[in-house]
Design a protein around this ligand. Structure first.
Ligand SMILES: [Zn+2]
Length: 116
């Protein structure tokens, strides 16, 4: 496993390696949590497992707040939160964010129909 520093997004896992935002070094607790999370993805054997890893991570409230703070201080980190994004290797997608977006859309549309 190789750890590579990047200047966008928060962190990514790909081909057995982890790419991590170089600015994350300034926040050791968050850095450790993010690397631990990406290591779980590296051990994952399916998209469903990856979804479960990301779902469980949603409820780590302290980490969520630290990530929001990190993204506010380093706006390029927000690239990773798009369902589909472009990086140096081309177009990539984040399945978890796509599922989350579909759930939100269904909730919004359902709410509109209920209110009518
Ligand atoms: Zn993840």
């Amino acid at each position: 496993m190789q750890l590579k520093e990047i200047n966008y997004g928060v962190a990514f896992y790909c081909d057995g390696n982890i790419e991590v935002n170089k600015n994350l070094n300034k926040y050791p607790k968050l850095y450790k949590d993010v690397i631990k999370h990406e290591m779980q993805h590296l051990k994952s054997k399916s998209d469903m497992q990856d979804l479960w890893i990301d779902f469980k991570d949603l409820f780590k409230i302290k980490k969520r707040f630290m990530l929001i703070g990190f993204c506010l201080l380093h706006p390029k980190a927000l690239i990773a939160d798009s369902p589909i994004y472009l990086d140096k290797d081309g177009i990539k997608y984040n399945l978890f964010n796509i599922v989350l977006m579909v759930i939100f859309l269904v909730l919004i549309i359902s709410t509109i129909f209920i209110l009518k």
